[in-house]
Design a protein around this ligand. Structure first.
Ligand SMILES: [Zn+2]
Length: 273
């Protein structure tokens, strides 16, 4: 006969002693009703952030982000969305107080291809106690990074872990989009409480046309210099000062003339790429 193992967990909110099953990870405190998450070593408050965006609105935000200027031209029109998932992603939430200044640090509690999500902002007012019954179980991503590992990462990024005044687990709603562009796969996340887009990689503007243009500019200016001194040598009666003076004068004019097509070309390249 198997005996169910239970253990006593102290609620981080009210200090009440709760008896839970050994394998139980989420529970509600029987005294104050707050949501609690149990790691192997650590008991913390468990919060969830509500989603404010529909799938269509999230995709709209992604397309607008794609259309912004630092991405490859017409990415918003040419990218093919191949897959999209909605889920609540777990993050370890650390409140750190240093010199009476309060800062929030986040560490993913599950592996993710988009490490940029560490930089999301979660207003404290958006944290709601986690309840399993309001959510679809397969939309909740399991926290498989232990609290201690997250704390170690935090320490490695220069935070003194003795300054941690509060830690909790927060599930944040994400629309995760996968898209292809020119046979390559990319992914981006729309954080569904603020609608902000996060990505580590995206199709970049090609640098080749800019490099070619830079090389062309060097050649054009070198030729202009040679031409200026050649002409000055022909017209100046061959005195050193005369060549220098006239040469510099002609160079100034030629440089100004050469700048016109180069600027036009730069404008055209920047528009096109
Ligand atoms: Zn409690």
């Amino acid at each position: 006969m198997e005996i169910a193992k239970s253990s006593v967990i102290i609620c981080p909110q009210c200090g009440g002693e709760n008896k839970i099953q050994a394998d139980e990870r989420f529970f509600e405190c029987e005294f104050c009703g707050s949501a609690v998450y149990v790691d192997k070593r650590k008991v913390v408050s468990h919060f969830i952030v509500n989603s404010n965006f529909s799938k269509e609105q999230a995709e709209g935000n992604l397309r607008r982000w794609m259309a912004s200027n630092f991405h490859v031209k017409d990415l918003d029109k040419n990218a093919q969305i191949t897959q999209q998932n909605f889920y609540y992603f777990p993050l370890w939430y650390f409140k750190v107080i240093n010199n009476s200044e309060e800062k929030i640090f986040l560490q993913p509690a599950h592996s993710t291809p988009v490490s940029e999500i560490k930089s999301i902002q979660i207003p404290a007012g958006n944290l709601k106690p986690f309840t399993m019954k309001d959510h679809n179980a397969d939309e909740i991503v399991d926290a498989d990074v232990l609290y201690e590992s997250a704390k170690n990462w935090l320490q490695q990024s220069g935070v003194n872990t003795e300054d941690i005044s509060e830690s909790s687990l927060v599930h944040v709603p994400f629309y995760h989009f996968y898209y292809s562009y020119k046979d390559k796969q990319y992914s981006a996340i729309v954080e569904a409480s603020s609608g902000k887009v996060y990505a580590n990689l995206w199709p970049l503007k090609s640098e080749m046309p800019f490099r070619l243009m830079f090389a062309a500019a060097i050649v054009i200016y070198a030729l202009a210099s040679i031409l200026s001194y050649g002409l000055a040598y022909l017209f100046s009666g061959k005195s050193f000062e005369g060549v220098l003076l006239i040469g510099e004068g002609i160079k100034l004019v030629l440089y100004a003339v050469a700048a016109v097509p180069l600027i036009a070309m730069a404008y055209f390249v920047a528009k096109k790429v």
